[in-house]
Design a protein around this ligand. Structure first.
Ligand SMILES: Nc1ncnc2c1ncn2[C@@H]1O[C@H](COP(=O)(O)OP(=O)(O)OP(=O)(O)O)[C@@H](O)[C@H]1O
Ligand SMILES: [Mg+2]
Length: 385
């Protein structure tokens, strides 16, 4: 393939660590946090806050974006704002977090042999050397807070304990307020907490559209394919998963030399991202169900993300004939479709009035279904070209 044919024009922007310039559907939250910070800093006081939300709800992206914006424009009186980001997931103790904070003020201490209060002294000297207002972002802070941290209290009372000028942002997937000690709670009152709601299908599609614009060659993916991905990720409202599928689908498309990302590539990407789930589902499927899924998968290969149920039934009848199996009655066909919907393997969306419902599937590529059906029916059928 020539380099100009690549779909993944800027693949690095699909990486989870990439912070996009715009956070669609989080503009309100970003504006609110920016306003609260600016107001506090203008009064010469720090601002602390606790940001919570589910997996992939954009917490990390939001606070990093906020941090970068504040660093560029924020000041506390005549102090410049400097931002330090620490992911506490693997550093769930005050001392290990402290080592990172020391590094951020350009002091390095050996890993062992210093108590927390000695480290804090050195930290204070570091801050004093380069006067600044420090905004500390503690991401994935659950374990740290639950281990009865003293650091959170000390950082949130930096003025009283003469540590320097510090704002503290705690980020976690759950509400940490109940786990804070009484003294720290006073720093995290209602106007110091922000809970992010999960993204819905529409929001995920918009996020994907924005990311596709940055990461992929223009015109290489249609909105309906992005909506298909959004539908897959919507049950958890997880933007990371959605972006991961987009990347996987773009790779799948490039692998087969396609010049755009299609529904079939999305199914393939999703299949490889969640193979265990698909496998456990597959073992329990009946031959009837596999037949309907295969007809669906073939119809979608031709038609895109969804197919009217009448059209699917016609394609299924043709498949059954091809296999030399007895025809399936209308009620059995519908019951099978409903069973598949209940198992979460197909989606049934009501069609426009007077039209049959739209059947979609995000789970399984046709090639896999064909193999499975052949195995199950003892490889008896000879495949037509
Ligand atoms: N509103 C948005 N606009 C654009 N991209 C977004 C948005 N929200 C999230 N993302 C992207 O989705 C991915 C996941 O977001 P992020 O890492 O911020 O989630 P999180 O809430 O921190 O998840 P976790 O709980 O797993 O840490 C990232 O690649 C991020 O850039
Ligand atoms: Mg995160």
């Amino acid at each position: 393939m020539s380099p100009s044919a690549r779909i993944l024009a800027n693949e690095e922007t699909l990486d989870p660590s990439y912070v996009p310039p715009r956070l669609v559907h989080r503009e309100t939250e970003l504006a609110l946090l920016t306003k609260r910070f600016r107001e506090a800093l203008a009064k010469g006081i720090p601002y602390h806050c606790l940001v919570t939300g589910g997996v992939g709800s954009g917490k990390t992206a939001l606070v990093r974006r906020l941090g970068a914006d504040l660093e560029r424009a924020g000041r506390l009186r005549d102090l410049p704002v400097r931002v330090t980001y620490v992911n506490c997931w693997r550093r769930a103790s005050d001392r290990t977090v402290m080592l990172d904070l020391l590094r951020s003020v350009k002091v390095s201490l050996p890993d062992r042999g210093y108590s927390l209060s000695e480290m804090l002294d050195v930290f204070e000297q570091g801050i004093r050397r380069t006067p600044q207002h420090l905004v500390i972002l503690l991401d994935e802070a659950s374990a740290l807070v639950k281990q009865e941290t003293k650091l959170v209290y000390l950082l949130s009372r930096s003025h009283e304990v003469e540590l320097g000028s510090i704002s503290l942002v705690l980020v976690a997937s759950e509400d940490l307020f109940p786990f804070l000690d009484a003294a720290s709670r006073s720093s995290f009152g209602v106007t110091h907490r922000l809970a992010l709601s999960p993204y819905d299908r529409e929001a995920l599609a918009d996020i994907l559209e924005e990311r596709a614009r940055i990461a992929l060659r223009p015109g290489s993916v249609d909105r309906d394919v992005l909506e298909q991905i959004a539908r897959i990720a919507a049950p958890n409202g997880d933007a990371r998963f959605a972006i991961e599928i987009l990347g996987g689908a773009a790779h799948a498309a490039e692998d087969v030399g396609a010049d755009s990302v299609l529904a079939e590539h999305v199914r393939r990407a999703k299949g490889s991202l969640l193979p265990t789930m698909a496998e456990s589902h597959l073992e329990s499927l009946s031959v009837n169900q596999l037949g309907v899924l295969l007809a669906l998968s073939r119809s979608l290969k031709r038609r895109g993300v969804a197919v009217p149920s009448q059209k699917l039934r016609a394609n299924h009848a043709a498949l059954v004939e091809e296999l030399g199996a007895p025809p399936m009655s209308r009620t059995t066909f519908w019951r099978t479709l409903k069973e598949l919907e209940r198992d979460g393997l197909v989606t049934l969306d009501p069609g426009a009035s007077g039209e049959s419902s739209q059947v979609g599937m995000d789970e399984l590529p046709a090639s896999l279904l064909t193999t499975l059906l052949e195995e199950r029916t003892g490889g008896a059928r000879s495949r037509k070209a």
